[in-house]
Write a protein that binds this ligand. Structure first.
Ligand SMILES: Cc1cc2nc3c(=O)[nH]c(=O)nc-3n(C[C@H](O)[C@H](O)[C@H](O)COP(=O)(O)O)c2cc1C
Ligand code: SF4
Length: 503
């Protein structure tokens, strides 16, 4: 009896020892994982949320198996579905982006685009580089570039210092431009060495007088930087037409306030329109003034809703002379992104790019201004097919904001306005910014831009044209209600210059 009792005690002691050992081992593994996660540089989530951040990758992996039964399908989520995000993540990592077995894309829904392949695609040996275009032929310093895919406006303020740095370094390497957004020009935009498009927003941040009007001396100083190649006057932005920028006070640090020329800690709210631009005349006056001061190409950014004003503007350009024209128009989609905007505007106002882009190109053609005014398109053009469609519709260049955010590691947590971005992109919380390692993410920005260009070209070659600029509307078809596709140029027939119009 006594022996049995002693044996039982022994077993309990052995089991306890094993338990303590396992707990100790588990703790050791957690500590090792913690140290590895905190010190590794390639995953922002693991760096910011050591150990528990690993579950995201586990669930993401398991999701591939379970999602099809329980949750969203690959192509269901908004604003960007998993198929789009995965493509960008892989492109940004420069890893194999081929898929096996067949497409998971349903080609039947209305609006689906289908590119028209050519029976005799372009041979590798026949491929030519994307042609260079000149922007601003009447300026003292026109800008010439072949970069079809570029970083759209995102202000330093809406995005963090490491995000700006990674974008500028990656862009410099890839050879694309980077738009400052309306928050002014920061040293971090310049540090990477990329070409810069300086945006003048409605509050004229960085180039303003205390009353919010444009200060010509400051504008001259900012635009004198060699890297600043063009100036974009922001009339409106797709996510919030008719509403100015909103940067919550907690994101307005001392440094951001001083770059913008405003008070720190207070909400940074820009007017919903340039107070001095209320007509085609005043728009052209402002463009002329900025071009005079800077000597560089000047264009404007807008989301299209009403469009009669374009005819009025283009007629006025002919009256004043071709040199008075904006050097480019950036057409932003009604479903564009933003740091913060009211849902009523984000959801309901402004035409999507697929409709507005051909419309603007057609109005330019009609007025014989297609060669004078370059067209830049933005709005969910984050994968090669969407970008190629924009080229077919008539865009000369494409801008993307959220595509590049994904390349920086954005997980679509949709908290950009809260200063709590878990990947360090849209937060000024130093602890969270630590996850965004500039050197690593700059490489991803570079890879993403490079792979976008490469695969846009692949689509072009499949359609039988030697370079992306050869893509025309007839190269893509759009699925209709009856399940059949029609050529894009049937939906938006090419427009010729009106008789008597000089281009
Ligand atoms: C975080 C963030 C900040 C932005 N800031 C600006 C800005 O300062 N000025 C502007 O014109 N557009 C701004 N945008 C809009 C983008 O430049 C772009 O027009 C829009 O998001 C559509 O492109 P996308 O679909 O590739 O994101 C911002 C977008 C995001 C996501
Ligand atoms: S991770 Fe979320 S909060 Fe951060 S940039 Fe992406 S959507 Fe915005």
């Amino acid at each position: 009896m006594r022996d049995t009792f002693i044996n039982a005690i022994d077993i309990v002691q052995i089991l306890s020892a094993i338990l303590v050992f396992l707990l100790g081992l588990g703790l050791l593994i957690v500590i090792v994982m913690y140290v590895v996660d905190v010190n590794q540089t390639s995953h922002a989530i693991r760096r910011n949320f050591p150990v528990i951040g690993r579950f995201r990758y586990l669930f993401e992996k398991l999701g591939e198996y379970f999602r099809q039964y329980f949750f969203a399908q690959d192509r269901e989520e908004m604003p960007f579905n998993r198929a789009q995000r995965s493509w960008i993540y892989r492109a940004a990592k420069g890893i194999d982006n081929t898929v096996a077995f067949g497409s998971t894309k349903d080609l039947r829904p209305v609006g689906t685009m289908i590119f028209v392949n050519c029976p005799y695609p372009v041979l590798e040996s026949e491929v030519v580089p994307t042609s260079t275009l000149e922007i601003g032929p009447y300026c003292r310093q026109p800008y010439r570039t072949d970069s079809i895919f570029n970083v759209s406006a995102m202000s330093y303020g809406a995005i963090s210092k490491p995000a700006v740095l990674a974008l500028s370094k990656g862009s410099a390497r890839a050879g694309n431009w980077m738009n400052t957004g309306e928050g002014g020009l920061s040293p971090y935009h310049l540090e990477g060495g990329a070409d810069i498009v300086f945006q003048v927003g409605t509050a004229k941040y960085g180039v303003r007088n205390p009353d919010g009007t444009l200060n010509d001396e400051m504008l001259a100083e900012v635009t004198a930087h060699e890297q600043v190649k063009m100036i974009e006057l922001k009339l409106s932005q797709g996510a919030k037409p008719g509403k100015g920028g909103i940067l919550p006070g907690e994101k307005v640090t001392e440094e951001i306030a001083s770059i913008r020329g405003i008070a720190a800690g207070a909400d940074s709210i820009s007017p919903n329109r340039h107070p001095e631009i209320d007509s085609a005349e005043e728009l052209l006056d402002m463009i002329a003034r900025i071009r005079d001061v800077s000597g560089k190409p000047v264009g404007f950014k807008t989301v299209i809703g009403a469009y009669g004003w374009l005819d009025e503007l283009f007629e006025l350009i002919h009256e004043r002379g071709l040199e008075s024209a904006p050097d480019f128009i950036t057409v932003d989609s009604g479903d564009g992104g933003t740091g913060a905007a009211p849902m009523s505007l984000i959801d309901n106002v402004g035409l999507p790019i697929r409709e507005s882009l051909p419309l603007v190109v057609d109005r330019l053609n009609h007025h014989g201004l297609r060669d004078r005014i370059r067209v830049i398109a933005s709005g969910k053009l984050v994968t090669p097919a969407e970008a190629a469609l924009a080229l077919c519709a008539g865009a000369d260049f494409i801008n993307s904001a959220r595509g590049f955010m994904f390349s920086l590691g954005c997980i679509q947590a949709l908290q950009c306005n809260l200063n709590t971005c878990p990947t360090g992109i849209t937060t000024h919380d130093k602890r969270l910014q630590r996850g965004l390692v500039v050197s690593d993410k700059a490489e991803r920005v570079y890879q993403y831009a490079k792979n976008m260009r490469k695969e846009i070209s692949v689509i072009a070659h499949s359609c039988g044209v030697k370079e992306p600029r050869g893509l025309k509307r007839f190269h893509v078809r759009i699925v209709q209600q009856d399940g059949r596709s029609v050529p894009f140029d049937e939906l938006f027939p090419d427009v010729q210059p009106a008789s008597g119009v000089q281009s």
